[in-house]
Ligand binder design. Sequence first.
Ligand code: NAG
Ligand code: NAG
Ligand code: NAG
Ligand code: NAG
Ligand code: NAG
Ligand code: NAG
Ligand code: NAG
Length: 411
Amino acid sequence: MTVNAVFWGFFGTAMLMVFHSEADHRLPALKNLSYTWVDPFTLNLSWSWDKPKHLPDSCTINYEIHYPDKSEVRQVRTPNHHYEISFLTEQLESNEGNFSIHALTELLAESCAGWKKSESENISIGTQKPIVEVVKDFKCSIASSQTNCSWEPVSPSVDLKISYRICGIREENSLKKCHQFYRDGIRTGCLLQNDGQENNICVLAENAAGLQTFQAKRVIPLPKLNIRKDEDYLNLEWTSPDIGKACQLKYVVCYSECNRDKGCLEYRSVLNTLKHGPLPILYNKNCRYEFKFNATLEKYCPTIPSDGIAVECYGNNTDSIQPSDGTLTVVAIVIPVILSVGVILSCYCFRRHRAILCPTMPDPSTIFKEMMNGNKEQKTISESLYTPVPEPIEPITITPVSENSIFQQKS
Ligand SMILES: *[C@@H]1O[C@H](CO)[C@@H](O)[C@H](O)[C@H]1NC(C)=O
Ligand SMILES: *[C@@H]1O[C@H](CO)[C@@H](O)[C@H](O)[C@H]1NC(C)=O
Ligand SMILES: *[C@@H]1O[C@H](CO)[C@@H](O)[C@H](O)[C@H]1NC(C)=O
Ligand SMILES: *[C@@H]1O[C@H](CO)[C@@H](O)[C@H](O)[C@H]1NC(C)=O
Ligand SMILES: *[C@@H]1O[C@H](CO)[C@@H](O)[C@H](O)[C@H]1NC(C)=O
Ligand SMILES: *[C@@H]1O[C@H](CO)[C@@H](O)[C@H](O)[C@H]1NC(C)=O
Ligand SMILES: *[C@@H]1O[C@H](CO)[C@@H](O)[C@H](O)[C@H]1NC(C)=O
């Protein structure tokens, strides 16, 4: 080992130590973390931060915010000291009015080498009113010129208020009130100004107990399925809802014939055409047909499902010719059961003639033995085929009656 090598080895170690001590620097935590609600769907987070004196100016700092979104944690970054987040109460997993956002500084540039991200700061966000479930199953039907929304109120209250706006953009997009309230069974509904189906609608539902914010679920109303019989076919026809745009609808028709599943057919609507069909189905007049169908808006438009599934039936099962699967199962199970019960019962009732009605099965091992010893064949076969059974007779016992006992009976 030369002196030179020793020198370089020592120098290298010293360099490493310098680098190491720099890596121990942790960026200071954020200060004065606070928030304001810009509107019911928008949170404005702000904070301050003191730059360490020896941090190079060329090192740019970013702040990272983590916040809940259902079961996930979303993360955003900003170089600013405030950040606007669209936040809906439905993003919280439970109805807890508590969640935390933490901000961290992150190193991106080379000049920041040796600086570690800061501790995270947490903040609990509260809404102006407690978070409660005000409405259930809120959905908006987007046909024609009106957006028709309906929901199930959680506690039927008169003070329910529904307001909405397009999600995301805030500029020239103030909160609007729902109008033309109506009641339809347990559901309540109202009409929204049509904002076009390409926009998501954010809804604020409020009552005296609290509030709830969420994105409205959009559905397309299902048209009525017309079934027209034509010789050997059933022709399915329907009119698409007027979506008012060049959207394509995919219909799925699943059907059964005489309670037997016949699978599904897919049908894509022709652009700018409202009348659809005929979709021919080979018809057996002895069968009842059940059609289940739904639709999904797709292609050139956001994917929107239909409002549930519609069911339409046609024809009757002619039972004598076409027993349903259910009847066949009953026949296949019940008849053998009845037969075996009958056999067992008759064996029991006629046990005097048991040997004839229910012969005892010959022991297979004896038969095998017989085959081996041919000379004993005659005897063993007669034994195994018929064994006279003694008739069941009550045994009679005669006991001598003593004089003593007679005396006792008389007294
Ligand atoms: C930030 O917090 C510090 C105390 O941590 C306080 O002295 C200062 O006034 C606050 N600044 C602002 C702008 O609120
Ligand atoms: C958000 O907060 C920051 C800092 O308090 C403020 O400068 C900004 O204008 C706020 N933004 C909105 C939309 O209120
Ligand atoms: C919200 O947070 C506070 C403080 O951390 C805690 O005392 C309270 O129990 C929390 N509330 C709920 C509903 O979790
Ligand atoms: C904030 O929360 C994070 C993760 O939950 C935790 O690691 C961190 O210690 C918390 N910060 C403070 C200052 O409590
Ligand atoms: C809105 O939907 C309800 C229930 O489906 C219906 O009774 C009502 O007529 C619809 N209103 C308009 C304007 O389409
Ligand atoms: C429509 O029905 C098919 C078959 O039953 C099903 O796979 C599909 O998920 C349904 N679509 C909607 C939007 O309900
Ligand atoms: C099915 O039976 C009902 C009454 O039982 C009858 O009104 C109807 O016309 C029948 N449908 C067909 C297609 O035969």
